[in-house]
Design a protein around this ligand. Structure first.
Ligand code: HAM
Length: 436
């Protein structure tokens, strides 16, 4: 016998409330309280970028999927596992950008930017999307600050400059105990040689399933494996530094000399290979003590332009994970006692003063003086309470009588002393009192 569907009575149906929506997994709201610290960090980013002559660039959040398949590499975690993709109504396959270096290069090639004075020093600050397993410091939407130096010569000076700008930014936002790990992964000439040595070595070892796959497709990534079977194998792997050609060796030596010159400490890590295919020569990652999540990472990518079908264009750059920075510096006392600009508080009593109050706020705006209000609240005590809570040094009380007489009461919130002043003089008087 077919199961009889039991109808839910209409009354009970109404009682079932739909579940509240949550933000997508690994993606977070950045609430107003969070912006105090975040804005400070962003401000420093802008100052550092401007000091080192990087100009701002913004590229679309969505890009053609192929840009990343070709640029970042087909056999990389980012492209294989982590891209959010979609098909448009017109049939285009787009991806939420999982990084911003390939888009910047796409833009450089698209606009014929090689005709401008080279190199182009560009910076960006914006959201990036990766379908990773969310955990502390690893999100599905996060913010990258990036510095890219595109065009000109493949000069080691530029590798050093992108590291210097990042290091100074991190210092300035109060990241402590930093380590710059650095390596060179060679070029088209010397890397195949190293790859061969690496494969020969790994073939003789017991390795995880993923690495067995990497052995054919992307052997350099063997050094990146976090699996416990592969960790001890990595220790005995041949060092790429022994396989570099003389041009790559000279390039790397100069990068290190530039860093020495400006006193940026670094440590060589011959196992550092990075998870994106476009790199050659210098690669680096910056860490803070006690965390194995990189705060910033980057390197040289001289072949990316050609991989995207463009002319050969040397380039180097870095991206900083802003959420990781914010979490690292949050506890620093420099961010605890932020100085705030005192704001007057406008209190109104009655409908007429509500309207006139709105006009008065505009007068304060013309003088660039911040003013708080609670025009949506009618009770005098509720407004006074709010003014005290906001630590306003002065409250302006605008009652019916004052509106009629074209005056307003200035109340010193500390001692409660009140004085009536003509409405036309109030901005001037408040300015005088706040300066005193
Ligand atoms: P990346 O190492 O993939 O490099 O990412 C750069 C930085 O983004 C990392 O060092 C980290 O701070 C942050 N990051 C990465 N994944 C996450 C995540 N799931 N949650 C939070 N933060 C994350 C690139 O993207 C290259 N485009 C960097 C570059 C620029 N190379 C040359 N120019």
């Amino acid at each position: 016998m077919p199961a009889i569907k039991k109808e839910i009575p209409k009354k009970d149906k109404e009682a079932v409330k739909p579940e509240l929506f949550q933000s997508p997994k690994g993606m977070h709201d950045i609430l107003p309280a969070e912006w105090i610290l975040r804005d400070k960090v962003y401000k420093v980013a802008k100052e550092i970028a401007e000091f080192y002559n990087f100009s701002k660039i913004e590229t679309p959040i969505l890009e053609n999927v192929e840009l990343f398949v070709r640029g970042v590499g087909e056999v990389t975690d980012i492209v294989e596992k982590e891209m959010f993709t979609l098909r448009t109504k017109g049939g285009d396959k787009l991806a939420l950008r999982p990084e911003i270096t390939a888009p910047v290069m796409r833009s450089y090639l698209q606009h014929g930017s090689h005709k401008l004075p080279q190199p182009l020093k560009l910076y960006y600050l914006g959201p990036v999307f990766r379908h990773e397993k969310p955990q502390a410091g690893r999100y599905r939407q996060f913010t990258q600050l990036g510095f890219e130096i595109v065009g000109g010569e493949s000069d080691p000076l530029y590798d050093a400059q992108s590291i210097i700008a990042t290091y100074r930014f991190l210092e300035e936002v109060k990241v402590k105990n930093m380590t710059v790990q650095i390596n060179s992964i060679g070029c088209r000439v010397c890397r195949p040689n190293y790859r061969r040595r690496l494969v020969e070595y790994y073939k003789k070892q017991k390795i995880c399933k993923d690495c067995a796959n990497r052995l054919d497709k992307n052997p350099l990534r063997l050094l990146d494996c976090k699996n416990e079977i592969c960790a001890p194998v990595k220790i005995g792997a041949p060092s790429i530094l022994d396989s570099l050609c003389s041009a790559c060796k000279a390039h790397f030596k100069e990068v290190l000399e530039f860093l020495d010159e400006v006193g940026i400490p670094y440590s060589l890590n011959s196992h550092l290979v990075r998870g994106l295919d476009y790199y050659n020569r210098t690669v680096f990652e910056i860490f803070t003590e006690g965390s194995d999540l990189a705060l910033a990472s980057g390197g040289r990518y001289d072949y990316l332009a050609e991989m995207l079908g463009g002319r050969a264009t040397p380039a180097t750059g870095v991206a900083v994970g802003m959420e990781r920075i914010i979490e690292t510096v949050r506890a620093d006392t420099a961010y605890q006692n932020h100085r705030f600009r005192p704001k007057v508080f406008l209190i109104h009593v009655g409908e007429v003063t509500k309207k006139k109050g709105l006009a008065l706020i505009e007068e304060f705006r013309r003088e660039n003086m911040p003013i708080l209000e609670a025009l949506g609240k009618d009770s005098l005590s509720a407004q006074l309470e709010r003014a005290a809570k906001m630590k306003s040094p002065i409250a302006l009380i605008f009652g019916q009588k004052e509106a009629y007489e074209e005056s307003i009461i200035i109340r010193d919130m500390e001692n409660g002393v009140q004085e009536s002043v003509p409405l036309s003089k109030v901005v001037e008087e408040v300015k005088r009192r706040l300066k005193a």
